[in-house]
Write a protein that binds this ligand. Structure first.
Ligand SMILES: Nc1nc2c(c(=O)[nH]1)N[C@H]1C(S)=C(S)[C@@H](COP(=O)(O)OP(=O)(O)OC[C@H]3O[C@@H](n4cnc5c(=O)[nH]c(N)nc54)[C@H](O)[C@@H]3O)O[C@H]1N2
Ligand SMILES: Nc1nc2c(c(=O)[nH]1)N[C@H]1C(S)=C(S)[C@@H](COP(=O)(O)OP(=O)(O)OC[C@H]3O[C@@H](n4cnc5c(=O)[nH]c(N)nc54)[C@H](O)[C@@H]3O)O[C@H]1N2
Ligand SMILES: [Mo]
Length: 698
């Protein structure tokens, strides 16, 4: 990033970066505009009537602190709910100091984007390997067979397989004679560069994966030498898979038995293979089962923890130790008050936050602190959350925008911009396809008086928890000084020094392009955290749930067959991501939103024909919870019976102060998704496979 006179003049890739090798995502181009965006708040605001008034930091913090504190004093700790959004994961201050502060509030009502994202994978990893962030990553640069189920890394950059320039990396697999196979209800950008794309019916992945496993076991394709002795439950998994013959699952998944057999043989027969699943497999009723079965497939084919297979990273910051220390390891230790969902890693499902706000009684949520999140657009049944937020006694948001969520806040506290803070990716460095470490100093100086997210949180925590104490009043300035002296960078330094490579912040500062710590290495005997250090290949409650799933699916299939042909006009809805969108919050940047309309409904030509709908026309999409009107795009890239809409749009709600985004408002997918559809094991939002009806608008 070139900077002159305190302004960014250009943004380029760094060819000497061992990870990106100079490749940058198109969203990087938007960073300068994002920073300079006149709609981005520079000063805190307090709500007054229908609008907001700019106030000083002192006034804002006092108002926010006393408002939250009053609710907490009157109604107890749990009356204050916290929601942390996705950018938390990419913010050094929020991931270090921020996590300590968030947990210090002692509320059961802790929510985050995790329960709209990877909670199933965390639960599966914890059950199988003993730690929720011990999630294997495909060894992308050495594998000969990459099986991608419910992910679109060409667009998303991977996340739990972080790797820039996915296009070349996938091409490299094919150039070395390997194969890429994509299993997805849509022929995605990734599917188009793969060797094979297999359509699968939304939310049927566990059945499909068990049928794959069925073939692997039945045809003796397992490779047990390395891992059998490390596993419990091998025979139980085999017995379970025996019930899922491809001839039985085809009715559910739509994947033909010969396709399943060919894929099983290809995957198991490859020298080095890796199966990878992401949000597409998490966003379903049996998301945890799907996540588990992907990991299990890697195990039984001998591909876990070996070069070219699915491996564990050795991150310079030992996040597994960190999450254990912070008390994240565990699940079902407490339950949500209204619907009784168990916590995962200390958090309750975002899909049930509205229930907790709306339902009176002991422990009702009456105040909310949101940090870097936009649940009105990102959580299922967004309209309901929207409505619930308007009924809170008090709400505070840490955010740079007045958006669909923060417009409900009594106070919005805007942090320094992303270019005004230093960066080390604590989270995603734990899921990169190569071990790397890089510290980036803040390119720009922050203006005087502007606070970082973590500083705002500290200021708030102090006012909410300790202001009543005499001692507290005296301690505060000193504690703030100590906090600031240690701060995120101090904590990072300690974490690096205690990490496996014994790095330090000064070592990273001395290597501004980043350090290459080498390819992923076999590490199973070191990393397993289960009692007895075994892989729990077939957790009993997972197997039990899988059998229930099959019974349910059989029942549904029987019901479907009993209907007269052609009577079901019903379709199921899935989501999608776009290269130049980032969830809901980069739509206020002209460079990123320009171009053809993105927020349209994709439908197969056969369905359009059957329903008498025309491409380019406007259609109404209706689900149990609501309806939206969108332009229709007819394309055979989605399978028959499936429609797709991107998430993160719907910026036309009153009061949203994002002028560019409003011009490209679109509609919110989550005004259709259902807060009653959850992954039964983890409580994750099941965004995929929502039953909808579509009709032409007059
Ligand atoms: N239907 C459907 N819904 C989905 C998904 C889907 O695939 N389909 N995906 C889900 C997934 S995977 C995720 S992660 C969630 C995301 O859900 P959220 O995290 O709730 O939503 P975002 O759109 O990422 O909103 C980020 C907010 O943080 C603010 N922000 C950005 N940077 C910072 C910062 O540094 N500090 C602070 N304080 N604020 C900042 C932005 O202005 C914005 O308001 O959405 C989920 N929702
Ligand atoms: N450009 C861009 N990059 C992003 C983001 C973004 O918004 N924009 N978001 C970031 C975030 S927060 C995350 S979590 C990651 C997510 O990373 P990915 O999971 O790779 O992202 P998606 O594009 O949502 O891919 C999910 C795929 O699952 C498919 N799918 C839907 N339902 C099903 C199903 O039932 N079964 C199967 N097998 N597939 C299904 C969808 O068609 C889609 O292709 O991306 C990150 N990167
Ligand atoms: Mo995400």
């Amino acid at each position: 990033m070139d900077v002159e006179d305190g302004r960014v003049t250009s943004v380029r890739g760094d060819p000497d970066d061992p990870m990106s090798r100079g490749f940058v995502c198109p969203k990087v181009v938007g960073m300068k505009e994002l920073h300079e965006d006149p709609d981005r708040l520079r000063q805190p605001v307090i709500r007054e009537g229908d609008g907001f008034r700019e106030v000083s930091w002192t006034e804002a913090l006092e108002h926010a602190g006393s408002g939250l504190r009053a609710v907490r004093q009157r109604h107890g700790k749990d009356a204050l709910a916290l929601y942390q959004g996705n950018p938390t994961a990419h913010n050094l201050g929020l991931l270090t100091v921020g996590q300590v502060v968030m947990r210090s509030f002692g509320t059961k009502n802790l929510y985050s984007a995790s329960s709209a994202d990877q909670a199933p994978q965390m639960l599966a990893a914890e059950e199988m390997f003993g730690n929720p962030v011990l999630m294997p990553v495909p060894d992308l640069d050495r594998t000969d067979f990459l099986l991608i189920v419910g992910a679109n890394p060409l667009v998303s950059n991977g996340s739990i397989m972080t790797a820039p320039n996915m296009k070349d990396r996938l091409a490299a697999i094919r150039e070395r004679g390997g194969k890429v196979v994509v299993v997805d209800p849509r022929r995605t950008e990734t599917a188009r560069v793969a060797d094979e794309h297999i359509f699968v019916r939304p939310a049927s992945d566990p059945c499909f994966l068990l049928s794959l496993m069925h073939v692997v076991f039945a045809e003796g394709l397992t490779r047990s030498e390395a891992l059998y002795g490390r596993c419990t439950g091998w025979a139980e998994l085999e017995a379970l898979a025996a019930e899922f013959a491809p001839e039985r699952t085809v009715e559910i998944s739509g994947v033909q038995p010969d396709v399943v057999r060919r894929l099983a043989r290809g995957f198991a027969g490859a020298e080095r293979a890796s199966a990878y699943g992401r949000v597409g497999i998490c966003h379903q009723k049996h998301g945890t089962l799907a996540a588990w079965l992907i990991y299990a497939l890697n195990v039984v084919t001998g591909n876990l923890d070996r070069a070219g297979g699915a491996m564990f990273t050795t991150p310079a910051v030992d996040v597994r130790k960190l999450v254990r220390l912070l008390g994240f390891v565990g699940h079902d230790r407490w339950k949500s008050r209204v619907r009784g969902y168990g916590e995962v890693a200390g958090e309750l499902p975002i899909a049930t936050l509205a229930d907790e706000i709306d339902t009176p009684g002991e422990g009702q949520v009456r105040a909310l602190l949101t940090c870097a999140g936009n649940p009105v657009l990102s959580a299922p049944n967004g309209n309901r959350i929207d409505d619930s937020l308007s009924r809170l006694e008090f709400m505070v948001s840490l955010d740079g925008y007045i958006n669909e969520t923060t417009r409900h806040a009594n106070v919005i506290l805007p942090p320094a911009s992303g270019l005004e803070r230093s960066h080390y990716d604590v989270a995603l460095n734990a899921f990169t396809v190569r071990n790397v470490a890089k510290f980036v100093a803040a390119p720009l100086e922050r203006p005087p008086g502007v606070l970082h997210d973590w500083e705002i949180l500290l200021e708030l925590a102090w006012r909410i928890r300790w202001d009543g104490w005499r001692l507290g009043k005296w301690l505060r300035p000193n504690a703030m000084r100590v906090g600031a002296a240690i701060g995120p960078e101090g904590m990072l330094d300690v974490l690096l020094r205690t990490g496996p490579q014994r790095l330090s912040l000064s070592k990273l500062r001395a290597s501004p392009h980043g350090l290459d710590l080498g390819p992923l290495e076999p590490s199973l005997s070191r990393v397993l955290e289960t009692p007895g250090q075994v892989i729990r290949l077939c957790p009993a409650r997972f197997a039990e749930e899988a059998r229930t799933m099959l019974d349910d699916a059989d029942a549904a299939e029987l019901a479907r067959r009993a209907m007269p042909a052609g009577s079901e006009a019903g379709l199921v809805l899935i989501g999608r991501r776009h290269l130049r969108s980032n969830n809901s919050w980069m739509h206020n940047t002209q460079a990123l939103v320009k171009g053809p309309e993105r927020c349209n409904l994709l439908m197969h030509p056969d369905d359009a024909h059957r329903l008498g709908l025309e491409a380019g026309g406007r259609v109404e999409v209706r689900s149990r919870v609501g309806s939206v009107v969108v332009p229709l795009e007819v394309s055979d890239e989605v399978m028959v019976g499936v429609v797709s809409l991107p998430h993160g749009f719907g910026h036309d709600r009153p009061g949203v102060a994002m002028r560019v985004a409003k011009q490209y408002a679109g509609v919110s997918l989550n005004d259709l998704t259902d807060d009653r559809m959850l992954d039964v094991m983890s409580g994750n939002a099941a965004f995929s496979g929502v039953p909808v009806q579509v009709r032409a608008m007059a």
